[in-house]
Design a protein around this ligand. Structure first.
Ligand code: PMP
Length: 438
């Protein structure tokens, strides 16, 4: 493909400053663990694209499935019509989901999945005659995409402050991370339960009869890899049960093997009422998202007392044939190569390699869980985020490594196919880089 001369003329990558034009990081190809630049330089993908290409890039079975599907059936409406692969994907997701979560709503992204789940929560309460339950509870530092629902329950100030009053009736739990108390927060069950008890306070304040749902990422990804303190998710579940509140896990990042299991719910032993998924469901190859729920919720939403309440929800591209074909192939690769098991087996190797970077200049803290890592860098006093930006840019240019940054935190989420040797290479590249940052 031709590269345009003026890189800002019609589009810009999402970057907080205008540096892309001066400093383009262009990608033209990918295979397995690597991206390739226009010059053919191989760059190791330390971020699985955007936490999505879990099976690695351009895997043959996935490519072949998409090609075959494109030649056979390009599009089928999910309104009044069906195509076989949509039913297969739903059944495969139901088999992977924990507990009795077995009915699927299809969307096309994580943001749509979240909006779908929030709508389901409120409508479900309406059709079961509890229509006053409309309040939603998110969490500080939660990321749930960029739809109005997602930024309302989300807890990132800069993502929400310019967008008016957002959804009414939303509260936020406190986030669960404190660097100073990290050993304490991740280690002590009482502490996790104590933090989750804040939900009881919010519920009491508004009365449980007004609260529809609580939504959290089991592991907050985009705001810096914050695993749940022990006992936290369990206590959220118990409080939701006590008050008849639906618990939604946003597993857009944590789903499909990222934490060594199909869903983080399994890892943490807590079954929510809904799971939002996206990203890894197709290994990033075609957009797809969705929500998996249990049958009573599904039935209430889809068939709830007709003529009493009319419901409408669904997308033109829900269960798109190309996405379904990609998903079936990706799920096959995960299963055939036991990639969730591989992620579990690599977790200690990964943790040791990345924690080995402790003590390097400017490294304040390191967290790892599953095949995820965050490295917090000290901010430059005059330019918050500049140090991580330098790390990201130089990693790409000098170390042939793609990393992701948020603020002054580096996030690493390699494809699940990463080998032990490659884990060592990621750590070596980072060690060199971090030793020479400004
Ligand atoms: N929820 C979570 C937890 C996410 O991490 C993301 C994306 N990073 C989203 C929702 C939104 O997904 P999308 O960008 O596909 O809309």
């Amino acid at each position: 493909t031709e590269i345009p001369n003026d890189l800002e003329a019609f589009w810009m990558p999402f970057t907080p400053n205008r540096s892309f034009k001066k400093n383009p990081r262009m990608i033209t190809r990918a295979k397995d663990m690597f991206y390739y630049t226009p010059e053919g330089r191989a760059v190791m993908d330390g971020t699985a694209g955007l936490w999505c290409t879990n099976a690695g890039h351009n895997r043959e079975p996935i490519v072949a499935a998409i090609q075959a599907q494109a030649a056979e059936l390009d599009y089928a409406p999910a309104f009044q019509f069906g195509h076989p692969k949509a039913f297969s994907v739903a059944s495969r997701i139901a088999a992977l989901a924990p507990g009795d979560l077995d009915h699927v709503f299809f969307a096309n992204s994580g943001s749509e999945a979240v909006d779908t789940a929030l709508k389901i929560a409120i409508a479900y309460n309406n059709v079961r005659g509890q229509g006053t339950r409309t309040r939603l509870i998110g969490r500080e530092r939660g990321y749930h995409g960029v739809g109005f629902g997602g930024i309302s329950v989300g807890g990132i100030v800069s993502n929400r402050k310019q967008f008016g009053t957002l959804l009414a009736g939303v509260d936020h739990l406190p986030h669960t991370y404190s660097r100073e108390h990290q050993a304490f927060t991740v280690g002590e069950p009482e502490w996790g339960a104590h933090l989750a008890d804040e939900l009881e306070r919010i519920v009491t304040l508004h009365d449980a009869s007004t609260v529809a749902a609580v939504i959290v990422e089991p592991m907050a990804g985009s705001t810096g890899v914050l695993p749940p303190p022990k006992g936290y998710l369990q206590r959220l579940r118990a409080i939701c049960d006590k008050h008849g509140i639906l618990l939604i896990f946003d597993e857009v990042i944590s789903g499909f093997g990222r934490l060594g299991f199909a869903f983080a719910a399994e890892r943490y032993g807590v079954v929510p009422d809904m799971i939002c998924f996206a990203k890894g469901v197709t290994s990033g190859a075609v957009p797809m998202g969705g929500v998996v729920v249990r049958k009573p919720v599904y039935d209430a939403f889809m068939h709830g007392p007709e003529h009493v309440i009319e419901l409408f929800h669904g997308y033109t591209y829900s269960a798109h044939p190309l996405a379904c074909a990609a998903s079936l192939a990706a799920l096959d690769v995960y299963r055939d190569e036991d990639l969730f098991g591989h992620a579990r087996r690599m977790e200690p190797v990964w943790a040791e390699a990345i924690h080995g970077l402790r003590g390097l200049p400017n490294v304040l803290d390191i967290r790892t869980v599953g095949l995820v890592a965050a490295i917090d860098l000290a901010s430059r006093p005059d330019a918050v985020g500049a140090r991580a930006y330098e790390a990201m840019d130089r990693a790409f240019r000098e170390a042939d490594l793609m990393i992701r940054i948020t603020g002054d935190t580096i996030a690493l989420t390699p494809p699940l196919i990463i080998s032990e040797t490659q884990i060592g290479e990621v750590a070596d590249k980072l060690r060199k880089l971090l030793s020479t940052l400004h």
